[in-house]
Design a protein around this ligand. Sequence first.
Ligand code: MF3
Ligand code: CO
Length: 254
Amino acid sequence: MIHRKTADQISLMSEGGSAVARILERMKDVVKPGVPTSEIEMEADRMSRSLGIVAAFKGYLGYPSSICVSINDEVVHGIPSRERILEKGDIVGLDFGAFYKGFYSDAAVTLPVGKLDEKTEHLMDVARGALDRGIKAAVVGNRVGDISHTVQSHVENSGYSVVKAFVGHGIGRSLHEEPQVPNFGEPQWGVRLKEGMTLAIEPMINAGSDQVRVLDDGWTAVTADGSLSVHFEHTIAVTSKGPRILTLNSMGGE
Ligand code: MF3
Ligand code: CO
């Protein structure tokens, strides 16, 4: 069943979501060549404590870390490690969820390590554009498939593919709620969007084929063909005034 949220519940989610945004923004200063991905985890934990939120992913279905760190051909769910060192030209997907006053919020960004080549910049732009367009389609009266279709067409018209094996989701008192929000599909398909629905929209886009596989660690999803993958995500609310992004930094600074 789909749980619609009241205005008060949506404000709680936006408070938690603001902490998520601040943590992800801070990582622009942490992500540098030579830095082990375990440093990202330590900073996420430090900021979670100072902002008064609980890192939602740690322990979720046995996931071992507070933040997912997925480099280059890693699509999602990479595990931070002291042995994994960031290199110039890498792209680093960071996915973080907060639990705050009974509600979850979830967002992801992909950050460059130093300067990227033009092709990779383009892939990043298309992924950001896909999320933007998906969010804009999250209006009352549209259906889930309108979000899915707009994401998929933007990505495929730009020459890339959308991952099918992982999908966006409803979010609220649980990290994953109904409905699923695939990054592919037909317009006017699926449930109708109503005021109070809260969704995590999260395009994962590959430079090459859409196929993915999971590494022996049981978590890290990588592209089957080794091509680069980019992930952006926001938690949003469907409101009478249009989509409201809940994972935005409403404070500035730390
Ligand atoms: N944003 C992802 C999701 O919605 C990451 C959470 S999965 C976890 O599924 F297991 F790593 F927590
Ligand atoms: Co998510």
